[in-house]
Design a binder for this molecule. Structure first.
Ligand code: AMP
Ligand code: MG
Length: 403
């Protein structure tokens, strides 16, 4: 059986080899978070655009503002002031953080290291040329690439785009991800369930995970465990780039997802992964749609989405697949698991004295979503480990939204 790493590689390879050009959209910068740039963005001018002071203090010539020297202060420069006149020799000028250093001055002395009596300023320390001054153009030259195409826009990237005046950015369209839950027992969460029904929580968590990953969720509701209903709703899902199903992929008599997909012409790249929860996960292609059949137990659905669907959305969104952000932590309570499968256990990592410590939370198995609300990560127990002692280093997969 495939390890989760091998299964991820298969997803990545299939997504990369999926031909066709990606559609792009012009977006106002305020709507572009999480999109991948389809264009490069260049600087419109030098950065900084003027010699910028990084401190509140006095602009002066380093050769004159020597330790013990006194210079006459001729005025002040605030951030935003136009500065054209050169600083006359033998003088200094009060300057604020972010203001332009006048021609002639080559250093800013922090106010803390000066003493002022009326217009006379004396300097307590030696002054070096260029201190506390960021020269014009030293961060970026005009016309240089500020953000390359293919970059995912996070808060820092958005700030750079804003800095260079890119009010509209051309990005790849987010992939459209159809979500279909399955099960005769499943009713919409807006309905009152009968005594043996359960509300559809998977469609809600999946839509949230799709959004967080950078896709656009399309909710198709729930299909009954009948060939006809399932086939009709899967057909709707095949209008989208990705179809994510929950439930119906185990060995039960009414687990029909794989056989219905096969009937619609799907080819499968895997239909089991050596993990718990999540072993019966299915990944294939049907027509031009990538299809994930995730097990229906809510925690299984969440874990398998994070492991396998996230890299697909990364790539189909025009970017690179993000690595699994595994952390190392110290196990605070010993544990014992059956070997053979890699386990992902709801756990909580805490930082005491800056070092991460992790403990598994009590849970009732993969239906127990309440346990997951107390977890901020999954502890990853390798397939070949049975006992892990307190104090051992272990791998932790952050939940992604809360850690
Ligand atoms: P399955 O994978 O279809 O065998 O479902 C496994 C378990 O997950 C069963 O207990 C289901 O009732 C539950 N389940 C399946 N689909 C959903 C859903 N959409 N929302 C919440 N629980 C579900
Ligand atoms: Mg089912």
């Amino acid at each position: 059986m495939l390890s989760f790493e091998q299964a991820r590689e298969i997803v990545i390879t299939q997504c990369r080899s999926r031909g066709g050009t990606r559609q792009t959209v012009p977006l106002p910068l305020g709507d572009a978070l999480g999109h991948v740039l389809a264009q490069e963005i260049r600087t419109d001018r030098e950065y900084p655009p003027f010699d910028r002071s990084t401190r509140d203090g006095y602009a002066a010539r380093a050769s004159e503002a020597t330790q013990g020297a006194t210079l006459r202060c001729i005025g002040e420069i605030k951030a935003g002031d136009s500065v054209t006149e050169a600083l006359p020799p033998g003088s200094c000028i009060q300057i604020m953080t972010g203001a332009a250093v006048p021609p002639g001055a080559d250093a800013v002395v922090m106010i803390e290291f000066t003493r002022r009596v009326a217009d006379e300023v004396s300097f307590d320390r030696p002054t070096q040329s260029h201190q506390n001054v960021v020269p014009r153009g030293s961060e970026a030259r005009a016309g240089q690439i500020a953000l390359p195409a293919g970059l995912r826009l996070g808060f820092a990237e958005l700030a750079v785009a804003a800095q260079v005046g890119a009010a509209t950015v051309h990005c790849y369209k987010k992939p459209s991800v159809a979500i279909l839950s399955t099960g005769d027992e499943v009713v919409a969460f807006t309905e009152t369930p009968g005594p043996f029904h359960i509300r559809n929580s998977n469609s809600v968590s999946l839509a949230a995970q799709v959004r967080l990953a950078g896709g656009t969720p399309v909710l198709l509701g729930n299909a009954l465990d009948r060939v006809g209903d399932l086939a009709a709703k899967i057909e709707q899902g095949l209008q989208h780039e990705v179809l994510v199903l929950s439930g119906g992929v185990s060995m039960g008599k009414y687990d029909l997802v794989e056989s219905v997909l096969k009937g619609l012409g799907a080819e499968f790249f895997f239909d089991a992964v050596a993990i718990r929860p999540g072993k019966p996960t299915v990944f294939g292609r049907c027509r031009n749609t990538l299809v994930f059949g995730l097990p229906g137990n809510p925690v299984s659905t969440m874990v398998t989405f994070q492991l396998f669907v996230t890299p697909a959305i990364d790539i189909l969104g025009g970017g690179e697949p993000r690595a699994l952000p595994l952390l190392e932590a110290t196990l605070s309570v010993a544990l014992k698991e059956k070997s053979g499968l890699t386990h992902f256990l709801p756990a909580r990592v805490e930082w005491s004295s800056t070092k991460p410590h992790v403990a598994v939370l009590p849970w009732q198995g993969s239906g127990d979503i309440a346990a997951l609300t107390r977890a901020n990560c999954f502890l990853v127990v390798p397939a070949d480990r049975q006992d892990i002692a307190t104090g051992e280093r272990v791998s932790v997969l952050p939940r992604g939204d809360v850690l």
